[in-house]
Structure formats: C-alpha cells, structure tokens
Write a protein that binds this ligand. Structure first.
Ligand code: CTP
Ligand code: MG
Length: 231
C-alpha cells in the first residue's frame, strides 16, 4: 500500500503578522514545517511527502537546507484556500492508496498520533486526530447563549487526518462541484456519508496561529528535550 503525506504549508500567516509565512519561522532552531517533516519521517510507513507551498521554489529556499530526509519530498503550488492547497497536493499524489493530511503549522504532532491515525484509516477508510474538550462549549447568537452543548460528545479536531485516497479525491471533487467549503478534510468526506474514526490525541498539538503560540511551542519543544542535548 502506497501512503503519501500531504503537508499544507501554503498559507500567508496573516494572524501571525511576521515578514515570512509562519510555517517558515524558526522554533527551537528549525522552521515549523521542518519539524513536521521530521516527525512524519520518524513515524515510518510514509512513501512520499507532497508539500503545498506558496511557491514550489520555497522548497529550496526554506526547507531543503534543513534536510535531507530519507523520504522523497516534492513541492506543489498551493491555492488561495487551505482546501485548494490540499486539492493541489492530492492531485500530485499520483498512485497513492492512502493519504495523510497535515497542517504545516502543527509542529508538535507526535509519531504516535501519526501512526495511530494511519493504522485506524487502514482498517476503516478514514480517521482523524482530535482532543477532548475541557471547556464548556455554547452556541451563541448575537451575543446571547442559544444553548449549551453536551461536552462529553464534543472533540477538538486536529491534523493529521488519514483517508483512503479514493475517498478523499471523491470528496474534494464533490466539494468543488457543490461549492462546499469545509474547515477540515474530514468534513468533505463526512458529506459523502463515509465513516470517519476518531483517534484521541494530545491537546499540545496546536496549530501555531499567533506570536504567543510560537513562544508556547518553543517552550514545549525545549521542555521535551533532555538536558545537555544541545539547542
Ligand atoms: N494553508 C494552505 N493554503 C492556504 C491557507 C492555509 O496550505 N491557502 C495551510 C497553512 O499554511 C497552515 C494550515 O493550512 O499550515 C492551516 O491554516 P492557517 O492556520 O489558517 O494558516 P494561514 O492561513 O497561513 O494563517 P492565517 O489564516 O492567519 O493567514
Ligand atoms: Mg488561514
């Protein structure tokens, strides 16, 4: 079975407000997206990595200098939305049986989460990583609470998300056809009524969005590293 990781790193990082897109900013000495590549390679079972970038040239400018990785890494040009960037990477993943989609802005993904989401998708067809909800979530309209949702039934969706490649291709085609915009890939697959399994993961697998998140990730990466092992 051929498994391809699709890493989306083609956003502009507007909420970060830095000169470079956030996926290229260094934390613990490496660009955010390089941490993602490190972890996917360490997980094993990945035949190729396709990465969506603002321009394919960004591969040589921002990523290759931090390699090499023992898995082929290929760049494609992303689109003007995340969904289009995943679509572009998916088109480039020719011959894939399974694809694993991941945000290039989630550098704290664990090898265990990657392995488990792939394992579950291999048996069920689709699986996502999510964390439990510790806050109480309320539906609000116009500044007023409409209702309180049942927290035990809610999860916070993350990436990685793994799919049978034919399901995700079909789901992206249907979304284009129906002009459906989802905020994750599973939403596109759910529309086709395919089952999507949930793997519980770490709340620390945050999507770096603001400057404060960068500091948090820097701290977590340094804390995870045993003392005396360098920067
Ligand atoms: N992404 C992408 N193509 C886009 C938009 C987003 O590949 N057109 C990627 C981002 O690079 C990121 C992930 O999707 O890895 C999640 O998106 P988000 O956190 O929203 O990143 P940005 O869009 O870059 O940030 P912002 O919304 O603040 O501009
Ligand atoms: Mg965005």
């Amino acid at each position: 079975m051929r498994t391809v990781a699709l890493i989306v790193a083609a956003g502009r990082g507007e909420r970060m407000g830095a000169a470079d897109p956030k996926q290229f900013l260094a934390v613990a000495g490496r660009p955010l997206v390089a941490h993602c590549l490190d972890r996917f390679v360490a997980a094993g079972g990945i035949d190729e990595i396709v990465i969506a970038l603002p321009s394919p040239r960004d591969l040589d400018t921002h990523i290759t200098p931090h390699g090499p990785w023992p898995v082929p890494v290929r760049a494609v040009q992303g689109g003007d939305t995340r969904q289009k960037s995943v679509g572009a990477a998916l088109e480039a993943a020719v011959g894939a049986d399974m694809v694993v989609v991941h945000d290039g802005a989630r550098p704290l993904v664990t090898v265990e989460a990657i392995r488990e989401v792939m394992r579950r998708a291999a048996s069920t067809g689709a699986a996502i990583v999510a964390s439990i909800c510790t806050d109480t979530i309320k539906e609000v309209d116009n500044g007023q609470v409409v209702r309180t949702l049942e927290r035990e039934r809610l999860v916070r969706t993350q990436t990685p998300q793994a799919f049978r490649a034919d399901w995700l291709r079909e789901a992206h085609r249907a979304a284009v056809r129906d002009r459906f915009a989802g905020t994750d890939d599973a939403a596109l697959v759910e529309r086709l009524r395919h089952p999507v399994a949930v793997v519980l993961g770490e709340p620390a697998n945050i999507k770096v969005t603001t400057p404060g998140d960068l500091l948090l990730v820097e701290g977590l990466l340094r804390a995870a590293r045993p003392p005396g092992t360098g920067s």
